[in-house]
Design a protein around this ligand. Structure first.
Ligand SMILES: [Zn+2]
Length: 122
């Protein structure tokens, strides 16, 4: 006979039992769900920080143009960003905190124009 998956108390009764009662069963599944929610938060948080670190690394001068694949190879994921800014031409820059990027096609190659957040973008 094993122990309850929730409270670790020794189980009495049917051999296939894994929880002592309905309370332990729902408590276990609730805690498991909370854990999964946390991991989604953590993985998005981690990706945003990776994106920010890479944008910062490739944009030391405040403005830069890099090949898209170069950033992607480093682990950059353009689906994750914190906010956006649209310029007067209607181009939408996506930002990860204070570092932004805009995808552009140049000679059939995908590039990113990198910028830094400015006060006038508010
Ligand atoms: Zn239990």
């Amino acid at each position: 006979m094993g122990a309850c998956l929730n409270c670790k108390k020794e189980l009495i009764g049917r051999a296939d039992k894994v929880f002592c009662d309905a309370y332990c069963k729902s408590s276990f599944h609730y805690k498991k769900k909370q854990g999964e929610k946390k991991s989604i938060f953590e993985s998005i948080d981690k990706q945003l920080k990776t994106n920010r670190r890479l944008l910062k690394l490739f944009n030391k001068a405040g403005k830069a143009v890099v090949r898209k694949e170069e950033l992607l190879a480093e682990g950059f994921n353009p689906k994750y960003f914190t906010h956006y800014w649209k310029n007067t031409k209607g181009e939408v820059y996506l930002f990860c905190y204070e570092f932004g990027f805009l995808e552009k096609q140049e000679n059939n190659k995908a590039k990113y124009v990198l910028v830094k957040w400015q006060d006038y973008m508010k």
